[in-house]
Structure formats: structure tokens, C-alpha cells
Design a protein around this ligand. Structure first.
Ligand SMILES: [Zn+2]
Ligand SMILES: [Zn+2]
Length: 287
């Protein structure tokens, strides 16, 4: 990593479906000396391993909200790396988890749930005891994490089914990446996306021409952002590049339809994210 590097890699771009091509929601941000994880859905640790990112570096996690598809990867991220510390690629520091109210409760009870494992594993000499620790910290809107020139600030979004839910604005080297988290159309997100080089946004979509959508689709669509709403957000926020993640594509709709419905009104740069897609913030093109 060069000092000016500011890279966002999508670790998982999926939704709750346990598919192999799109893992659970998670993104890795590498900004100069800092490595930050945003959400920890299913398979996040496998993607980190696949990228050859050191487990020691992946020890700072921010949660947008506490839905399972953003958090089921936490036990893996917490408990697996300390096992490998003595072999040079594990974690020998505590995992830090920043999340909304409720995070302290969740982490406390995760620790309770794994008591038997902890008793057994921490009795083994080769397992790093400090790495086996996990420290939660709750934040609210306006709180910011700042270190080594990297600033992460949380802003409220509207995910309807669960509250609070946050998006994150990450600033480094005069450049800005914004991660929407899960949300329906949010004016607050537009406000906090001002000047964004990269806007990573969720989306949900069903066929346009279906008169009666199944009830579960109607309900879930109400928690998320349709392509038409996303287009409106992108037009107002004017990111240099907009990237879709968390693709909830119902009833056989395709990525081509997703792009077509977005670009009816949004004419700026747009990519449909995929697992391990890599973006250099401010330098636009996916790798
Ligand atoms: Zn959610
Ligand atoms: Zn989600």
C-alpha cells in the first residue's frame, strides 16, 4: 500500500440468499496505513483471505446496522484469526467493533455463546489470547473515527425495518467514499454524500410490469432503494462514480434491466458491483 492509496474492495455484494457468487454484505477500505471493514456478512473472512490481506490488519469493523446479513460473519472474523497468530498470518490484537446502539448487547452475548470454545481454545499455547478479544463501541450520528488522516463519520439512513441504521462517509487524502448501508431513499444520505468521489449504494428491484408482486417482495422493496430512487439520489449527490452493491434482484430481473432503469434519468458513471471489485477512490475505474 502506497501512502496515497485509497482503495475500496467489495468483499460481498449479496443479500441474505446463500449464493456462491455474491457473499454477504461487506466492504474493505484501505486508506494509506489504515484498513477498515464495513459490515461483516457471510464469507467476509474468506474474501479477506482470498485478497491476501493480513488478518492482523483486518481488526477494525464498522457496522451499518444489526441485520443478520451484515453480521453473521462476525464470529468467524473474531475467532478464526487468533488461531493463526503463531503462524504469522493471524491476529494478535483485539477485534474492534464499532456499531449502532445494540452492538454492545450483541457482542456481549456472542461472547457468552462461545464460552465453551473460549475456555478450550485459550488453553492452547499457540492461540493468541489478545487476538481472541473483541471490543464493542457504540456510536451515534455525527460521531467520527479519526486516525492517520482517515476520517469515518456515521450518518443516519432510513432502513424502515430496523433503527438506527447508518451510512458511512470515509475521507482520506482529500477524497471521499460513501457507503450507504441498507436504506430506502434518504435525503440525509444525499446531504452526506456531497463531493463524494465514490458512492457505494444498495439497491432492490422487481419486474416493472408485474401487477401483483408477492407480499414479501413488496415489503422488502419498502426497506430498500429502487433503481429509480437511486437514480434520483445519484443525480442530486453527483458522485464521480456510483456503484451498486447489496443487489436484491427479485423474480428474475437482470443487471441489464437494473442499469437501464437507473440510466433513464441518471447519466453519470455507474457500475454494478461484484465480489472483489476494487475501486481506487477518485480514480474511478474498477480493477
Ligand atoms: Zn438490512
Ligand atoms: Zn442487508
Amino acid at each position: 500500500m502506497a501512502v496515497e492509496d485509497f482503495i475500496v474492495t467489495l468483499l460481498g455484494t449479496g443479500v441474505p440468499s446463500p449464493t456462491l457468487d455474491r457473499f454477504g454484505a461487506s466492504a474493505l477500505v484501505q486508506a494509506g496505513p489504515e484498513t477498515l471493514l464495513f459490515d461483516c456478512g457471510r464469507g467476509a473472512l474468506q474474501r479477506i483471505y482470498q485478497l491476501n490481506v493480513s488478518f492482523q490488519d483486518a481488526r477494525l469493523l464498522f457496522l451499518t446496522h444489526l441485520h443478520t446479513d451484515h453480521s453473521t460473519g462476525i464470529p468467524d472474523l473474531w475467532l478464526t484469526p487468533p488461531v493463526f497468530a503463531s503462524r504469522g498470518f493471524g491476529r494478535s490484537d483485539a477485534l474492534q467493533v464499532y456499531g449502532p446502539v445494540g452492538t454492545n448487547h450483541m457482542i456481549h452475548h456472542l461472547k457468552e455463546a462461545y464460552t465453551a470454545d473460549k475456555t478450550a481454545m485459550t488453553s492452547a499455547d499457540f492461540i493468541n489470547k489478545t487476538g481472541y478479544q473483541m471490543e464493542p463501541m457504540e456510536f451515534a450520528e455525527g460521531d467520527a473515527y479519526e486516525r492517520n488522516g482517515v476520517t469515518v463519520s456515521a450518518f443516519l439512513v432510513d432502513h424502515v425495518n430496523i433503527s438506527p441504521a447508518y451510512g458511512f462517509r470515509v475521507e482520506y487524502d482529500g477524497r471521499v467514499a460513501v457507503i450507504s448501508g441498507d436504506t430506502t431513499y434518504s435525503e440525509n444520505l444525499i446531504k452526506h454524500s456531497e463531493g463524494a468521489d465514490l458512492l457505494i449504494h444498495e439497491v432492490a428491484m422487481a419486474p416493472e410490469n408485474l401487477r401483483d408482486l408477492p407480499e414479501y417482495v413488496e415489503e422488502v422493496l419498502g426497506w430498500h432503494t429502487t433503481p429509480e430512487q437511486a437514480a434520483k439520489i445519484f443525480v442530486k449527490a453527483k458522485p464521480k462514480l456510483a456503484v451498486y452493491t447489496h443487489l436484491a434482484l427479485f423474480l428474475g430481473v437482470t443487471e441489464e434491466e437494473l442499469i437501464a432503469r437507473t440510466t433513464k434519468t441518471y447519466k453519470g458513471a455507474l457500475e454494478v458491483g461484484y465480489d472483489l471489485a476494487r475501486f481506487e477512490v477518485g480514480r474511478d475505474q474498477p480493477g
